[in-house]
Design a protein around this ligand. Structure first.
Ligand code: 8YV
Length: 317
């Protein structure tokens, strides 16, 4: 009998789904109307879970899976998984570390360019036929130059470093904050987030959200200042969202590029109405290349754990 795997989110790569179906009895939770009844029925037999970084898995759900041997996160954020509970039970929780770095960093640069150069609002202006109605150059305000800006990076892990490398190629001066300075990096370390924001034109959030909820609040946005931009490709809850809305409404900062939000898929209506904000739908890793590499890592984690080996990317065992 094939092992039963509970899948909490869809995977959009057909070759990965084919491999999963060939090796396992896949239990697709997201397709079920009555999820509680479904778990009561199949939970006792589930040996592996596949989930997304943002979705994770609750302690309550894990507790209903008594023979669980692995939680494979199809992503790098493990902030939505109860790691302490997994450790207590000796269950490996794995991530797809390294598989999505380049695409997430590319998305950060895309948002940085889009907010500075008003790419989305001008796209709407042209699409809506407004250029023909208002052909005078003054109809569209001048934009800002990204090249040469002072870029402050919050969280200098794989993604932070990849963003720094890209921004440096645009001639940007790079500073960063993290738990401590990383000696091997050529960029300027700033210990305090407020000071980093003060010295940045563009603040880019690349940090894990495990212990950093709401670190970007009114005070930090004030420090970033009226010429400053915020880009978030990490987790929505790093930012105090009401403070961000207020800061954008009052011109405390110049604009924001956001891929992630506190309560996805709900994006505050105020943000949706702002021309100086560029919005994405948590898409930074959503390329065929990243998602295929991520899916292969999920398959490897399941195979290792179910064969009694420690998965290479386990955080808990
Ligand atoms: C993914 C993420 O979109 O890696 C993460 O932590 O949040 C995203 O890159 C997600 O995990 C896909 O399921």
């Amino acid at each position: 009998m094939k092992p039963e795997i509970l899948q909490l989110n869809p995977i959009l790569v057909p070759s990965i789904n084919d491999k999963l179906d060939a090796l396992y009895t896949m239990r697709r939770y997201y397709e079920q109307d009555d999820k509680d009844a479904y778990i009561r029925e199949i939970g006792p037999r589930i040996r592996g879970v596949i989930t997304g970084g943002h979705t994770g898995i609750s302690r309550a759900l894990m507790a209903q899976l008594p023979v669980l041997q692995v939680v494979a996160v199809n992503g790098v954020g493990t902030d939505a998984v109860d790691l302490a509970h997994a450790r207590e039970r000796g269950i490996p929780v794995t991530g797809t570390f390294g598989a999505l770095t380049e695409d997430v960093a590319d998305m950060a640069l895309g948002l940085m360019l889009a907010v500075c150069r008003n790419l989305c609002s001008v796209d709407r202006f042209v699409r809506d036929g407004l250029w023909v109605q208002h052909p005078q150059p003054g109809a569209i305000p001048l934009a800002r130059r990204l090249s040469g800006m002072r870029v402050g990076i919050v969280g200098m892990g794989r993604v932070g470093r990849a963003v720094a490398t890209r921004a440096a190629a645009f001639g940007c001066a790079i500073a960063y904050t993290d738990l401590a300075a990383i000696d091997s990096l050529p960029w300027h370390f700033v210990g305090e987030l407020r000071r980093l924001a003060e010295g940045s034109d563009m603040l880019v959030l690349c940090a894990a959200a495990d212990k950093a909820e709401g670190i970007v609040d009114a005070q930090i946005l004030q420090a970033l200042g009226s010429g400053g931009f915020l880009v978030n490709i990490a987790r929505g809850r790093l930012v105090n969202e009401p403070d961000l809305v207020q800061a954008l409404q009052a011109g405390v900062i110049a604009g924001a590029g956001l891929d992630v939000f506190v309560d996805e898929p709900h994006v505050p209506a105020a943000l949706r109405g702002m021309e100086q904000v560029v919005l994405q739908a948590h898409r930074a890793s959503a390329t065929i290349e990243s998602r295929t590499a991520m899916g292969e890592m999920v398959l490897a984690s399941l195979a290792d754990a179910l064969a009694g080996r420690r998965p290479e990317n386990s955080l808990t065992t």
